[in-house]
Ligand binder design. Structure first.
Ligand code: 13P
Ligand code: SF4
Length: 309
């Protein structure tokens, strides 16, 4: 494949069609290098809301593209691939579980992770991301909060609130972050005693407890770029290191970045390629479509989150 030519064609198509490419921090390097905007889930929501492009090409997983559509009802939101790009965690909280939990806890507020389907968001009082989950939970006066699907993020929130957090479902998790163990952290600290260990709040509680810092992916970028230290262990999906390297490259810096596990790969994130991005811009597919009523209800939950200061 001639990378220069394909990148040029993508750039020409983007200009012709007034399109923007948004990509999550776990995308493969070839996608990170052509994206107009890279970010974590919260930053991508904000960018999707602010853009004046006519077409949003979303390089990430299903719930992220849906969120962009919810915030841009009248724009064309496309994903370069729709097969095998589902985030498994997002499918662990179907609307029925929320409906049942609401019946059992009528006084509780519903705060759900943005890693959920639009139909689940439509039943929530607010969404949250890993960058703001504790802030969103604490923004409510009610004492009981139905929270899901990720119960490791639930653990992170419980340590930062006095409210009663009720997990829905009780065992919601991310298969990638679930892999990290205490032994991984202990062993890597022996190997790299000067490195700071940064982990994502989707990691297991015992891993969170022995890490040096717990951050969303944007938090990791801020920390690594601003720290005086130059050795870090990254406890999240492996292409986070690609994002960090690209940011450091822009500043003319290099730092030692060590993956906590080399097999922490989110397969749904790896389905997007440069060829698929070009095809997506040419054929204007695959388009994300959602029911109007779902969009209106889900938008309220996302906007609540975006308005919490
Ligand atoms: P961030 O919002 O921290 O990027 O996390 C999204 C995600 O899916 C982590 O697995
Ligand atoms: Fe979903 Fe986990 Fe992949 Fe994040 S890393 S998109 S939570 S499967």
């Amino acid at each position: 494949m001639d990378i220069t030519n394909i990148v040029e064609r993508i750039n020409t198509l983007k200009k012709e069609k007034n399109a923007i490419i948004l990509a999550h921090n776990y995308q493969p390097e070839e996608i990170q290098r052509i994206a107009d905007f890279m970010g974590d889930s919260l930053e991508l929501c904000i960018k999707a809301k602010e853009t004046d492009a006519d077409i949003i090409v979303f390089c990430g997983v299903d719930f992220m593209a849906e969120t962009a559509k919810i915030l841009n009802k009248d724009k064309k939101v496309l994903m370069p691939e729709i097969i095998n790009t589902e985030c498994p965690m997002a499918h662990q909280l179907p609307p029925e579980i929320i409906e049942n939990a609401k019946k059992q806890h009528p006084n509780a507020k519903v705060v759900i992770y943005v890693n959920t389907l639009a139909s689940a968001k439509a039943l929530a009082d607010a969404t949250c991301t890993s960058a703001n989950a504790d802030k969103i939970v604490n923004s409510f006066e009610e004492n009981e909060i139905l929270f899901g699907p990720d119960q490791n993020l639930g653990y992170y929130v419980k340590k930062r609130t006095d409210k009663k957090i009720i997990g829905i479902p009780e065992d919601g998790h991310c298969y990638v972050h679930k892999k990290f163990t205490v032994d991984d952290v202990v062993n890597i600290k022996k190997q790299y005693p000067n490195a700071e260990v940064l982990v994502h709040p989707e990691c297991n509680p015992e891993v969170q407890d022995i890490a040096d810092y717990i951050y969303s992916t944007s938090g990791m970028v801020k920390h690594v770029l601003s720290s005086d230290n130059d050795e870090f262990v990254i406890g999240t999906e492996c292409d986070m290191i690609t994002r960090l390297k690209i940011e450091l490259e822009k500043l003319g810096k290099t730092k030692k970045l060590i993956p906590l596990r080399k097999d922490a790969i989110c397969e749904p994130m790896k389905q997007i390629t440069l060829e698929k991005v070009e095809k997506c811009l040419v054929e204007e597919k695959y388009e994300i479509t959602l029911d109007d009523e779902i969009i209106e209800k889900a938008k309220k939950a996302i906007e609540y989150m975006l308005n919490v200061k």
